[in-house]
Design a protein around this ligand. Structure first.
Ligand code: SF4
Ligand code: MG
Length: 319
């Protein structure tokens, strides 16, 4: 069976600074040669620090911004170019949810009107909104309220309900719980998982928070300055990452096990400017294991028995 989503060698650059008569504008690759595959009903978690390109990647995958190179195939069909009818059909199957639920909603319109909106656009029965509200745990009376009358967790439920009305196959979630209190986060994470089980949804789940990914993801991809540096099944990853950057991220996650807590979190310093990534291995200025080859050659993403890592020294370091 074909994968639900396959992205191949995506590249996207942005201009930094202004162009002048004397100076060409500088460009940097926010996403630099990223490939990924997502199966039906699966959650691929994408993790990295801010500026690593994970939000840009999610926009490329959704076709919300065009890539400079590479391409995305959704359910066997390449993302359409300018064909608006093809886009409309695709839009029903792929939805986006992001961190700022309040910003995604119109303050002047009722909750029900906004949950029904995609149904109106696509000419589908409005009754579906009722079911979507029930599925996310919103009582019908909520429908007549306005966004300012709802809590952050309730607003995120509204946004999820609105995405569900079209029965999508894939929801791209960009930091969906990062703005919420920890106790509310857990509720929304559980909801997201229940919906996946009931509806067979696939998620591309973008976050900087590994403890959330540990709950939701089947596979994890780690991004660093526009590149995927490691990709692995969830359990294998949390049992021990291969890439030094991924290891550093894992070490920095607070763990309830006191035996592990005593281990000092590695100090890798602040992330470099994403607009001016270091050459060769982009992690080398922060990597405690960097050698000459790391400063000279860009490491390829290599396969290590069902997982991939982009580091020259994986073999040595995992001994
Ligand atoms: Fe560190 Fe070298 Fe591996 Fe880069 S390639 S992560 S600098 S050991
Ligand atoms: Mg982001």
């Amino acid at each position: 069976m074909t994968a639900l989503l396959h992205a191949e060698s995506l590249r996207k650059s942005y201009q930094v600074g202004r162009r002048s008569l004397f100076r060409k504008a500088r460009r940097f690759n926010a996403v630099d040669g990223v490939s990924l595959t997502l199966e039906r009903g699966e959650t691929l978690g994408i993790v990295g620090e801010s500026g690593c390109g994970k939000s840009t990647l999610s926009r490329l995958v959704l076709g919300l911004s065009p890539c400079d190179e590479g391409g995305v195939v959704f359910d066997g069909t390449p993302l359409p170019g300018q064909d608006t009818e093809a886009w409309r059909r695709l839009r029903r199957r792929v939805q986006l949810i992001y961190q700022d639920a309040a910003g995604a909603l119109d303050p002047r319109q009722t909750i029900r009107t906004q949950i029904e909106e995609p149904l109106r656009i696509h000419g589908l029965p409005l009754e579906r909104a009722q079911k979507a509200m029930a599925d996310v745990g919103l009582v019908p009376a909520m429908g007549s309220r306005h966004p300012f009358e709802l809590s952050g967790g309730q607003l995120q439920r509204v946004v999820i309900a609105r995405a569900l009305t079209l029965n999508p196959d894939l929801i791209v979630m960009d930091e969906p719980v990062s703005a919420l209190d920890v106790s509310i986060q857990a509720q929304i994470v559980n909801l997201i998982q229940d919906l996946q089980r009931d509806r067979g949804l696939a998620y591309l789940f973008v976050t900087h928070d590994l403890s959330v990914l540990r709950h939701v993801s089947d596979r994890v991809a780690v991004m660093y300055l526009g590149e995927v540096v490691e990709e692995a099944p969830r359990d294998a990853f949390f049992d021990g990452a291969l890439h030094p950057y991924a290891r550093a991220l894992l070490e920095a996650v607070p763990v309830p096990d006191p035996a592990r807590r005593s281990r000092a979190a590695p100090r890798i310093g602040d992330p470099p400017n994403p607009a001016a990534p270091p050459p060769a291995c982009r992690f080398h200025p922060r990597c405690p294991f960097a050698t000459d080859v790391c400063r000279a050659e860009r490491p390829a993403l290599r396969d290590f028995g069902g997982r991939r890592a982009a580091c020259h020294r994986v073999e040595e370091l995992s001994q």
